[in-house]
Design a protein around this ligand. Structure first.
Ligand code: NAD
Length: 521
């Protein structure tokens, strides 16, 4: 996905009204300041929960806090660096500025720009995000940067997590008492990078998570296999000492820990290093990219979920885009014995379209195999695979919107159910994996059906033409085979106008929130 990027834009306010910054106050100067030892947050590195009332008290230029997406930042040092001017920034001070921020530049990587200014989290009981609805009753529910509208989580319902550690001659074991019954190892991601050990534990519904990060006191091997008790939710993370028999005086210094599980949308992103080990052309502007992880990484990307890729541009700006991992080929994953990327991945594969004006993809275009410039976040998403149980899949995709649907479709085929794919593209040359999809059709003549629809076909094109419309959708939805809406589940992904129109049409064909999932663009 390529989003609007205003890399030098303001944290709130209109980027078109940029003001001249004083010498020494450029973006690069700000990055230098954030990389220095200056304490910009003023909170001594301890994150706190902050109420709206407390936030409102910090509304002066010398003591200015603002909240974006559930995180509170002390922006007192940022005024002179703000391209939109001091007055614009003041508009967001003392309040939850998420809406103001989103009005102009939702995709600015503020997390990175303001990370040293982080004071804490806006308390969930004082914040219910606005619910955005498209015109149809079906929602493009997946603005994952927004915290989901959870009711307030009391300590008991959120699940307090207590921690402990122990050691023997060769190992150190970190114990987390999560009290999450039914927790399985796939919900536990770990990372060992030098001395920094990070773990994220997802709740049983994957919608909340618990983060724990510690700078270990001594060296360990980059390997950790979590074990978990299904009945109590006790998680044991065994680390292997590099220096056998060394008695550790302490475990290390905590860098990130909160008392319990928090909504996924409010958790700060965690990024892992990777190596670009494959970059091969799929068509005139799409690459298949493989990112391989160093040892010490253990995580699972659920079907229908995505990750964020972070790339540092030549001028030091970090750009982040979301991409859904795919299987490396369609054929490698059609059978039940396929190596699943659900196992702790050593690599993830992505189909990435290069946009000439896109800062992320044009930078990616310049990268060669072997590059270590891309970092990969923990998985993000809210697609619930169990919704599809026992159902056939109606997949409606446009352009690179096919990517999140690939693993979903394979999952359905592997479970012996039918997949019907309506795939919209501009021209024949734009169709991603045309041959591979054709082979899949031949392999599953009764289970997999594909219709290509071109909006800019040449005269010879024998297939369907146009954009999404009632008559095109009728090819699948209104045919006899699909008459029983209840036995189908529809997944939609593409440009936002395309998605909204498709949802509207599905709505009028009898689909409901329970039988449709739209991946937002
Ligand atoms: P594109 O611009 O090449 O268009 C492909 C087809 O989409 C067109 O042929 C047309 O049929 C349809 N289309 C385009 N604009 C439309 C409009 N305004 N109204 C109705 N139909 C329209 O597509 P692309 O450049 O490959 O872009 C794919 C989109 O999918 C991007 O917006 C991207 O953000 C989104 N995407 C989302 C995810 C996700 O997980 N949420 C993943 C991948 C891609």
């Amino acid at each position: 996905m390529e989003y609007l990027n205003v890399s030098t834009a303001s944290a709130t306010g209109n980027p078109r009204n940029k003001t001249a910054l004083k010498p020494g106050r450029s973006l690069m100067d700000w990055i230098k300041l954030t990389n220095s030892s200056t304490n910009l947050s003023g909170n001594g590195n301890r994150l706190r929960d902050i109420s709206l009332d407390e936030l409102a008290q910090h509304k002066n230029k010398n003591d200015a806090w603002l909240a974006i997406r559930g995180m509170v930042y002390n922006v007192s040092s940022y005024f002179e660096f703000h391209p939109g001017g001091e007055e614009e920034l003041m508009r967001g001070v003392g309040i939850d500025a998420t809406d103001l921020f989103d009005q102009v530049h939702k995709w600015v990587n503020y997390e990175s720009m303001l990370k040293k200014c982080l004071v804490g989290r806006l308390r969930t009981d004082s914040m219910l995000p606005p619910v955005k609805r498209p015109q149809s009753k079906l929602a493009v529910g997946k603005d994952l940067s927004m915290p989901p509208p959870f009711p307030s989580l009391s300590a008991s319902s959120a699940g307090m997590v207590t921690t402990d550690w122990m050691q023997n001659l060769t190992t150190v074991t970190i114990v987390l008492y999560t009290r999450q019954k039914g927790l399985d190892a796939r919900r536990i991601s770990t990372s060992i990078d030098g001395n920094v050990f990070h773990t994220r534990i997802y709740s049983d519904d994957w919608l909340r998570c618990f983060d724990y990060q510690i700078r270990l006191a001594e060296d360990v091997h980059p390997f950790c296999k979590p074990t978990v008790s299904l009945t109590t939710g006790k998680v044991e993370l065994v680390l292997h000492k590099k220096q056998i028999a060394l008695h550790w005086q302490k475990l290390g210094d905590l860098e990130e820990v909160i008392q319990g599980f928090q909504p996924l949308g409010q958790a700060p992103p965690f990024f892992r290093r990777s190596v670009l080990t494959r970059k091969s052309r799929v068509n005139h502007n799409v690459f298949l990219c493989t990112l391989t992880f160093p040892t010490g990484q253990n995580f699972h990307v659920p079907v229908g979920w995505h990750v964020q890729l972070k790339l540092c541009l030549e001028d030091g700006t970090e750009v982040i885009r979301s991409y859904t991992p795919i299987t490396s080929t369609l054929s490698s994953c059609e059978t039940t014995d396929c190596p699943s990327i659900s196992e702790s991945p050593t690599a993830l594969h992505f189909l990435i379209k290069i946009y000439a004006n896109g800062p992320f993809t044009s930078a990616l275009d310049r990268l060669s195999e072997g590059s270590r410039s891309i970092e990969v976040s923990n998985p993000i998403g809210n697609f619930v695979g169990s919704q599809l149980e026992g159902k056939n899949l109606v997949a409606i995709a446009a352009g690179t919107g096919i990517t999140p649907l690939i693993r979903v479709a394979i999952d359905v085929l592997r479970n012996n159910r039918r997949v019907s794919l309506l795939f919209f593209n501009r021209t024949q040359d734009d169709i991603i994996w045309k041959e591979e999809f054709r082979e899949l059709e031949l392999k599953y003549p009764n289970k997999f059906k594909l219709w290509h629809v071109l909006s800019e076909p040449d005269d010879e094109w024998p297939g369907l033409r146009g954009r999404i419309s009632k008559s095109v959708l009728a090819t699948i939805i209104l045919s006899e085979e699909y008459h029983d809406v209840g036995s189908n589940f529809a997944c939609v992904c593409g440009p936002s106008d395309f998605t909204l129109e498709t949802l509207r049409l599905l709505d009028s064909a009898g689909y409901t929130q329970e039988t449709v999932h739209a991946f937002s663009g």
